[in-house]
Ligand binder design. Structure first.
Ligand code: ZN
Length: 330
């Protein structure tokens, strides 16, 4: 038995139902969102309440159907885009179980960061549940390389993210940031960092009917002279901090928290997904563990955890063949 006293061993959900509404980045339409408490071991699920009866979309990597501009997941005829900033807030605050209802095909973009979602979740309140948390504990390095982009995860008794970005643009250039996460650090150092884009790219996208909701209200916009937003940047390295928002949000799709240190170089949604798929495909490089009171940690028998007794929320990782969809992306 090892100890991890800094991590809450119990699962959590929110205390009450909360609502918000905002513009969808891609459609430009108004989206209403409701966050509801959920029972222990039920995980994170999206519901499209505009589609009449449709299956919930579990926040799992094997439900990802697109990673080109944001992370989109789907189940049956229901799809939900731009999941990552909301999932980052849920993961950043260590919430395990929640139902997210939206009445359109994407999560509202709000201000382009995780901060408004953090505010909404804190307004709902966080309620500790009786079940212990189960995590993936990395025991040796797992890496994925894609041209000059690469992402790795190393053994670490906690959840730490180090990201590096490198842009030719003078305003960004090379930025590196590293954070050993706790809910407090997530809120203070990471949650407020907004997504960013270059004016010429946004103009091109909008001509093609994409990013219709994009504005300086929900992103840091740049042209060749620098930042276009009157208020300037929220952190002088806001860009790399936003990359960490995306990494934390995407890694939520592993289906449970991870104990490890992620090191990412020029990564995007596609590489984040590939890292999770590589983790799933390398079961000898991690253990499935349960936290106990006083920070003790017990390794769950992998054979037992292949059964329903381990909770359906983790089944797709331990047994990819049992999941409805193959683990692969375009
Ligand atoms: Zn983002």
């Amino acid at each position: 038995m090892k100890t991890l006293s800094q991590i809450n061993p119990y699962q959590s959900t929110i205390r009450k139902t909360v609502y918000c509404s905002g513009i969808g980045l891609h459609s430009g339409n108004r989206i209403n969102m409701t966050l509801r408490p959920a029972s222990a071991n039920s995980g994170i699920r999206f519901v499209r309440n505009d589609l009449g009866y449709s299956s919930p979309v579990p926040a799992f990597m094997n439900r990802v159907i697109d990673t080109t501009m944001a992370t989109t997941i789907s189940e049956g005829n229901a799809s939900v885009a731009t999941t990552e900033h909301l999932l980052a807030a849920i993961n950043g605050l260590s919430i395990d179980n929640i139902i997210i209802e939206v009445d359109g095909p994407e999560v509202p973009i709000l201000d382009g960061s995780s901060a408004p979602f953090v505010g909404l979740l804190l307004q709902a309140g966080i309620r500790q549940q009786k079940s212990y948390r189960r995590l993936v504990k990395i025991t040796r390095e797992i890496s994925f390389r894609d041209g000059d982009r690469h992402i790795s995860i190393y053994p670490y008794d906690g959840f730490k993210v180090t990201a590096e970005i490198n842009f030719k643009h003078e305003t960004i250039k090379r930025q590196v940031y590293s954070v050993a996460l706790s809910p407090q650090k997530f809120v203070a150092e990471i949650s407020k960092a907004r997504t960013f884009g270059f004016l010429e790219d946004v103009e091109k996208l909008q001509k093609n009917g994409l990013a219709l909701g994009a504005s300086l209200e929900n992103a840091v916009g740049m042209d060749e002279n620098g930042v276009l937003n009157k208020e300037g940047l929220r952190y002088d390295n806001e860009f790399v901090r936003h990359k960490i928002v995306d990494i934390i949000g995407d890694m939520t799709l592993l289906g449970c928290p991870v104990l490890g240190h992620i090191v990412a170089y020029k990564s995007g949604h596609s590489q984040h997904l590939k890292l999770m798929e590589t983790i799933a495909a390398t079961p000898d490089a991690w253990e499935f563990v349960e936290l106990k009171k006083d920070g003790q940690l017990s390794v769950l028998n992998k054979f037992v955890s292949r059964t329903r007794a381990a909770g359906n929320r983790f089944l797709p990782i331990l047994s990819p063949v049992a999941s409805k969809r193959p683990l692969s992306i375009q």
